[in-house]
Design a binder for this molecule. Structure first.
Ligand SMILES: Cc1cc2nc3c(=O)[nH]c(=O)nc-3n(C[C@H](O)[C@H](O)[C@H](O)COP(=O)(O)OP(=O)(O)OC[C@H]3O[C@@H](n4cnc5c(N)ncnc54)[C@H](O)[C@@H]3O)c2cc1C
Length: 422
């Protein structure tokens, strides 16, 4: 593996055979998460593919010329020509491997794969999910000198990292940017010494044996497991939603509202997220229509007042979306009044959907006792129905899902575990 600069790009990349080039930055958590995977794979593929790194901030002109807009970005080249996918953000090992394999003949890939050794690591506690619940459990366990690993399919932070502003987390006078709050939580836990395995693929979870297989080839074992996998946004199920996801339909205002400068948006939903995020989207959008199935919002009164007094926001109560279609750059949302059955079409530049969440339990659905909505049942120590398995945060059966409640659950599970392991 070698680090190059712009002046070496021509010789090292364009006049070379098979190359993978990592544009990285400093103070970039996804770059840090990628670094060990990149190094690891260079040991396997390094004889056949050249592994290069280039510092993006120091080589901006080249980055701009190549259209590299975020860090890290991995580019694959074959004989001077860019091939395969560009990988950015929380880059997964499995995606790098797929692109490396595509550079090489099948026989070569087979021989490389035969060298991969299945590794096994052992800890006291595995935490699945690095949102506020998992991060807090990690912090408390680490401070109790319990050897802990945090595993996440994405980067640390959970929902907080994509919430534009958090004004109800105690200890801060001013509202905090969600990404900063989650960054600080994550750094605090990491600095303590908790091991992170993030942006990984989870191949299998065996709750009885307390084993998690990640990226196919790595088994992580422990004495206890904490499930802190949170929730995923619900879909409306209306035709066109899946096809337009990420292409005009979004589930994250923090991620996408900034692209709505002077544009028009539709928001589906009427709970806290829908109402609060609508207010935020109008910092950018010139007009916003909220479509809600009931005749009143379920959001808190303070948030409702802001929306009712916002001249950019129009509200259509008792309406549900029936379909989403694209018309050039615009999205057409067909809605139907649930009482009168009258349909109408809303033309906008994009749609945000905030209609609640479902628990992330696919990997262990059959093993645990769940409530009727599919959330994990726990006792007061956060213990689940499986011995040695705890669950915390939004994924558990409870009435209120907030950062503070997830943090509290994480604290309780960690303290209970530390006591048991003592
Ligand atoms: C738009 C929005 C705005 C919000 N605003 C506020 C607010 O202002 N104040 C407030 O208190 N709360 C707010 N909340 C709620 C708050 O974000 C959650 O209650 C809190 O994040 C729950 O923390 P958690 O750790 O349980 O789960 P999450 O934050 O959901 O984190 C779960 C983590 O688990 C990971 N994961 C998922 N599946 C797996 C798997 N199979 N294996 C390993 N890892 C996995 C995910 O990648 C994620 O990192 C908001 C929520 C949303 C959606």
């Amino acid at each position: 593996m070698k680090t190059i600069n712009s002046s070496e790009f021509e010789a090292e990349v364009l006049q070379s055979g098979k190359v993978v080039l990592d544009f990285y930055s400093t103070e970039c958590p996804p770059c840090e998460a990628l670094a060990s995977k990149f190094e690891d794979l260079s040991l396997l593929y390094g004889n056949d593919v050249k592994f290069l790194k280039i510092f993006r901030q120091g080589n901006r002109e080249l980055a701009d010329k190549l259209g590299v807009k975020s860090s890290p970005t991995l580019l694959f080249f074959d004989n001077g020509k860019e091939v395969g996918e560009r990988l950015t953000g929380g880059v997964k090992r499995i995606d790098i491997i797929r692109n490396l394999d595509n550079l090489l003949p099948a026989e070569k890939v087979k021989s490389i794969k035969s060298q991969i050794k299945h590794s096994v690591s052992e800890f006291d506690v595995i935490i699945l999910g690095a949102g506020p619940g998992g991060l807090t459990a990690g912090l408390y366990l680490c401070q109790s000198k319990v050897n802990t690993v945090l595993i996440d399919i994405a980067l640390p932070g959970g929902h907080v990292s994509t919430t534009h502003e958090v004004s109800n987390y105690p200890g801060f006078i001013e509202p905090q940017a969600g990404y900063m709050l989650s960054h600080n939580m994550s750094e605090q836990t990491k600095l303590c010494g908790t091991i992170y395995k993030v942006a990984v693929d989870i191949t299998r979870v065996d709750l009885e044996k307390k084993e998690v297989i990640i990226d196919e080839y790595e088994t992580v074992k422990a004495k206890k497991i904490i499930i802190a996998t949170g929730t995923t946004p619900n879909l409306t199920g209306a035709p066109g939603e899946k096809e337009l996801k990420g292409k005009g339909i979004s589930y994250c205002a923090t991620c996408d509202a900034k692209y709505f400068d002077g544009k028009e948006a539709v928001v589906i939903g009427g709970g806290n997220s829908a109402v609060e995020e609508s207010e935020y989207i109008t910092r950018f959008a010139s007009k916003l229509t909220i479509v809600h199935q009931f005749d009143k919002f379920t959001a808190n009164k303070q948030a409702q007042d802001k929306v009712f007094n916002n001249p950019k926001i129009n509200i259509l109560f008792e309406n549900e979306p029936r379909s989403f279609t694209r018309d050039g750059d615009k999205i057409i949302t067909e809605i139907e009044n649930v009482k009168t059955k009258v349909k109408q079409k809303l033309l906008s530049d994009g749609v945000f959907i905030f209609i609640g969440m479902k628990p992330n339990i696919d990997l262990f659905r059959d093993k645990l006792e769940l409530d009727k909505w599919g959330y994990i049942k726990t006792n007061e120590d956060m213990k689940t129905s499986v011995d040695g398995v705890f669950a915390v945060g939004d994924v558990i059966s409870k009435k209120y899902r907030q950062i503070t409640t997830a943090v509290a659950d994480g604290t309780i599970a960690a303290m209970a575990i530390a006591k048991e392991l003592d």
